[in-house]
Design a protein around this ligand. Structure first.
Ligand code: GDP
Ligand code: MG
Length: 301
């Protein structure tokens, strides 16, 4: 039995980095499935999402962290920082994702939160497919090596699936020997409801970009199967009336587009026909209110 073989390895790996460097993309490609939503806007990932990868001999439990931010006053940002730093505790290794040859104050701050001397840390230099001058890479790898005692520094492209295998072999070394935590076929511990809400939120972010910065939260109010069809109702909470108007769009076109994009992704994910209803409610100032956050489920760290 694979699970009881003493040679099996199993443990937690955190994926860490400032917003937009490609953490969620990396997780999705390592797992070969869409678990963590991605977008061009930073701060898309609010929750600590785990993905599980089981291969002969090892099981990696990945922790995708929300972006780390400089002290912004809003409760939602404090929550996200807490979520990120708590994800760093109790992991066997950390994948520190950076974007090509960029190194800024935010990367610096993330590095400060990490403890490369205590927790084995591997740097993933992501998006190298976008590098125009590949020669710039070599001195930068040296620069990174000088920043801390990293176990390895691996240039890769999460999006194009290049060198992800090398990264994986590098981190597997740090998993302790032991039994698998999860059944081999399980790829996430998140509920289908959660994944459905994340898909809706991703479509909103993609449709609206700058117009509706992070003022949106999604709750799945109905999730039931009837006659082989999955019936879903999602409540979209916004902060202001104006935002509700923007979301609906003229003649409801925007909301319709969000709904049909989301439905398509859900049908792929759940491998089933989906009926999706969306509705919007104004909930004033929620992102500034810790209690409101808790009631929306942002307290899972
Ligand atoms: P996160 O905030 O760190 O989780 O970043 P995301 O995974 O959401 O990615 C942010 C953006 O960078 C998205 O538009 C991704 O498609 C893009 N991206 C991520 N990895 C790569 C990569 O290897 N190459 C390129 N060209 N784009 C990437
Ligand atoms: Mg992300």
């Amino acid at each position: 039995m694979a699970e009881t073989s003493p040679k099996n390895r199993c443990g937690y790996i955190a994926i860490v980095g400032r917003p937009n460097v490609g953490k969620s993309t990396l997780l999705n490609h390592v797992l070969g499935q869409k678990i963590s939503i991605t977008s061009r806007k930073p701060q898309t990932t609010r929750h600590q999402v785990i993905g599980i990868k089981t291969e002969p001999g090892y099981q990696i439990v990945f922790v995708d962290t929300p972006g780390l931010h400089k002290g912004e006053p809003k409760a939602i940002n404090r929550y996200m920082n807490r979520a990120a730093s708590s994800a760093l505790k109790h992991v066997n290794a950390v994948i520190f994702v950076v974007d090509r040859t960029t190194w800024n104050a935010e990367d610096e701050m993330v590095l400060k939160l990490l403890q490369p001397d205590t927790v084995p840390t591997v740097v993933a230099v992501n998006k190298v497919d976008l590098l125009e001058d590949k020669r710039a890479l070599l001195p930068h790898l040296q620069f990174l090596a000088d920043q801390a005692d990293f176990k390895a520094i691996i240039p890769l492209s999460a999006l194009r699936n290049e060198h992800i295998g090398a990264l994986e072999s590098e981190v597997v070394k740090f998993l302790p020997e032991g039994q698998f935590f999860y059944p081999e076929e399980q790829i996430t511990d998140r509920s289908q409801r959660f994944l459905a809400a994340e898909i809706v939120r991703e479509k909103i972010t993609r449709q609206l970009g700058d117009e509706l910065p992070y003022a949106v939260s999604v709750e799945i109010e109905e999730f039931k199967e009837d006659n082989g069809i999955l019936h879903l109702a999602a409540l979209i909470l916004v902060e202001r009336k104006g935002q509700k108007k923007i979301l609906i769009g003229s003649g409801g076109t925007r909301l319709k587009a969000i709904g049909s994009d989301a439905r398509r992704d859900m049908e792929k994910l759940f491998d089933q026909q989906v009926m999706l209803r969306l509705w919007i409610k104004v909930r004033s100032g929620w992102s500034d209110d810790e209690r409101a956050l808790r009631s929306l489920g942002y307290d899972d760290v």
